[in-house]
Design a binder for this molecule. Structure first.
Ligand SMILES: [Fe+2]
Length: 243
């Protein structure tokens, strides 16, 4: 049974726009899963900058409207917003400024990912460009970057720069004997994370699931911090307010 309501700020739930949902049928199944999980607010964040099957903002808006209609049939409570997951490269900031790439739900927040093996200096400078231009960058799935996992103090450094930190929900699952899982849980314990999101891509291997991760965060910290990561902080994005 649902006891909590969540917001998911990183999803590939739109059909046929990236490597996420392959059809509207898959999207529908993902919406149903989201509903069962208590996820009521969803920001669709198709990849931008990876050079694959990309649609422009107008086309994405059309797809989003269709998906909202599907959601309305399943539940009166699910609301979708649009954004992009920006793959960092030079000139990506200009694409955002020009409106070719999207911020999250028309806010000042942008979701940015880097290559897994990115050098810390590139990551830092890339995020800094966005901060200096007045955006609020959110680093997507922090746990993926080798440079940060090897030196967790660097996470604190980019936080101080004005960057927000997102972790994927499924990175907290699994045995605590698993070194990676243990490290991810430690980041939560140290309260270095601002957002937990699903980064869902389909309805089976990468489904929109948040409940288990929520319980883990609550256990590791407290219910107030858990609520911040899964609901309160995402809500600030929708309202375009500072965290
Ligand atoms: Fe993603």
């Amino acid at each position: 049974m649902n006891t909590s309501i969540f917001m998911d700020i990183h999803t590939h739930i739109l059909p046929e726009v990236d490597d996420g949902a392959s059809t509207m049928e898959v999207t529908r199944k993902m919406l149903l899963q989201a509903k069962e999980q208590g996820i009521q607010t969803i920001i669709a964040t198709p990849h931008y900058g990876t050079g694959k099957r990309e649609k422009n903002p107008l086309q994405l808006k059309e797809v989003l409207e269709k998906v909202q209609k599907e959601a309305d049939e399943l539940s009166a409570d699910i609301k979708l917003y649009l954004g992009n997951e920006l793959y960092y490269r030079e000139a990506i900031l200009e694409a955002v400024v020009r409106g070719e790439a999207l911020t999250l739900a028309e806010s000042r927040y942008v979701l940015i990912e880097f290559s897994v093996g990115v050098k810390y200096n590139t990551l830092y400078q890339g995020l800094r460009e966005f901060v200096l231009a007045g955006y609020a960058p959110i680093l997507a799935h922090v746990e993926r970057y080798q440079c940060l996992m090897e030196d967790e103090e660097l996470i604190q450094e980019i936080r101080e720069l004005g960057v927000y930190i997102q972790m994927n929900a499924d990175s907290l699952l699994g045995s605590f004997l698993n070194k990676r899982t243990a490290q991810h849980r430690r980041l939560i314990k140290n309260r270095l994370i601002h957002f937990i999101a699903t980064d869902c891509h389909n309805n089976d291997t990468r489904a929109p699931e948040m409940q288990k991760a929520y319980q883990i965060v609550e256990k590791l910290t407290d219910s107030q911090y858990a609520k911040e990561l899964f609901l309160d902080n995402p809500g600030k994005i929708i309202e375009n307010k500072y965290l």
